[in-house]
Design a protein around this ligand. Structure first.
Ligand SMILES: *Cc1c(COP(=O)(O)O)cnc(C)c1O
Length: 435
């Protein structure tokens, strides 16, 4: 498979080249030259395939011959080393838990897959060592740190704003050590992001080191997220009903993977993009005008995005046809107050403790289903993208609960924080050169 830049001003590249580069040289996002269609018999008999077999079947055409079949199978096995359970909330609403990975959020899937693809590149193809540079406001950094931990030939440098990530997130970033270097930046997330951008265009660095990014626009992160949409389809309750999926969305990478899965032949009737008050896309779906906004802070903070970078890919999937897009996608936005009410409602219905992101997904699904006269004909699934422990203080105060710490987190909580403080770009640059 070849990939082209959505800015149409860079040459086509293969899978691994696109993964290594992240963004095309013309600053465009990579997109596959064609979208493969799966055999109907595969979809009809999906219950007979293991999760790993399903993932292999989906991703193989995108990887092409860039990675050997055996190695790709190994990558998948490593990536999907945890479960994706479905929990029923009502007769026709269920949720898909995506937080059983090491950092308790869905980003583990994409980060693990991407890290292992790059490790193939270094390990087998003996390419020059790679430095992954990433700015984070929390979840991305922890998934990337864990996914790349001890991966040969790769150093990871993570910039995070001092005192602005949660304690759990900071420990996830700073306690691993080895090839993971955490930098605590005197400033905001935007300052971190600015330093990373400067590094990517620094001509001196370009000569001395191989720099790449690991954010959600990387095709390895984006495409591997399709795996759990297929797994959810395989395990869905009420298989005779039409399937709706609601995705709590920020940068729109996750939902873009779901829509891609549908485009490949997965029978999903409709997608719902559920957002917090950062409502650029719900507003776009109403008016047809895309107006990026400054992001506003909310309790579902991993979705505080005012100009979602992956949305352009969703438009491309529908050949930039606004009406086709609207037929497949609805969008709704919710305030923190409504999100809190939803967390309570889910808890009252069946005792399930949802995190604020999942609760937004629930709200979008309910609003879409409530407007349907034949709601009985549908099965809705919303994605529970993070474990509520990551938002413990907010959730506990809403529900008057005391959420228990999952075992796999206890290890991190006992770890020792290792990080260096920096306040300007020159400090980052000297570190990069000294690696
Ligand atoms: C990143 C994140 C999201 C948003 O996902 P996108 O792919 O950026 O739309 C939602 N929930 C949680 C918990 C996240 O970490």
């Amino acid at each position: 498979m070849q990939y082209f830049s959505l800015n149409n001003n860079a040459k086509d590249v293969s899978f691994l080249e696109a993964v290594r580069k992240g963004l095309a040289p013309d600053r465009g996002l990579y997109f596959p030259k064609e979208i493969p269609i799966l055999k109907e018999s595969f979809i009809n008999n999906i219950g007979q395939y293991s999760d790993n077999q399903i993932a292999y079947e989906i991703i193989k055409p995108y990887v092409g011959d860039d990675i050997t079949n055996d190695y790709l199978k190994k990558i998948i096995e490593d990536t999907l080393s945890f479960n994706f359970p479905i929990v029923k909330i009502t007769d026709n609403i269920a949720l898909l838990e995506l937080f059983h990975g090491p950092t308790l959020a869905f980003k583990d899937v994409g980060a693990r897959f991407m890290a292992r693809c790059l490790s193939y590149n270094n390990d087998i193809k003996k390419e020059r060592n790679l430095t992954v540079l990433v700015a984070t406001s929390g979840d991305t950094g922890s998934a990337v740190a864990d996914g790349f931990y001890k991966v040969k030939g790769i150093d990871v440098i993570i910039l995070y704003p001092k005192d602005m990530v949660s304690i759990i997130q900071e420990l996830q970033l700073t306690t691993l050590g080895k090839n993971i270097i955490a930098l605590e930046v005197e400033g905001t997330f935007d300052d971190c992001q600015e330093m990373v951008k400067t590094a990517f265009v620094d001509p001196e660095l370009k000569e001395k080191i191989n720099l790449t990014s690991a954010n959600s626009i990387n095709i390895a992160r984006w495409l591997s997220q399709m795996f759990y949409y297929f797994i959810a389809y395989k395990n869905r309750p009420n298989p005779d009903k039409k399937l709706l999926i609601s995705v709590p969305s920020g940068n729109f990478g996750n939902i873009c993977a779901g829509i891609m899965a549908k485009q490949m032949g997965l029978p999903i009737d409709h997608f719902i993009a559920s957002t917090n008050i950062n409502d650029t896309i719900p507003e776009y779906l109403k008016s047809g005008d895309y107006i990026p906004k400054k992001s506003i802070q909310t309790i579902s903070n991993a979705m505080d995005v005012g100009d979602p970078s992956n949305f352009i890919r969703i438009q491309k999937i529908f050949n930039n046809d606004f009406f086709k897009l609207k037929k497949n996608l609805s969008g709704f936005s919710y305030t923190d107050k409504l999100t809190e009410k939803a967390i309570k409602e889910i808890f009252e219905v069946n005792g399930y403790i949802a995190d604020p992101h999942g609760a937004v997904g629930f709200l979008g699904l309910k609003q879409y289903m409530d407007a349907k006269e034949d709601a009985e004909a549908y099965q809705g699934i919303f994605l529970e993208t993070a474990h509520p422990i990551k938002f413990k203080s907010a959730v506990d105060s809403i529900l008057k609960t005391n959420i228990k710490t999952p075992k796999r987190l206890k290890k991190i909580l006992g770890g020792k924080k290792k990080s260096s403080q920096i306040s300007q770009y020159s400090e980052l640059k000297s570190l990069l050169i000294s690696l």
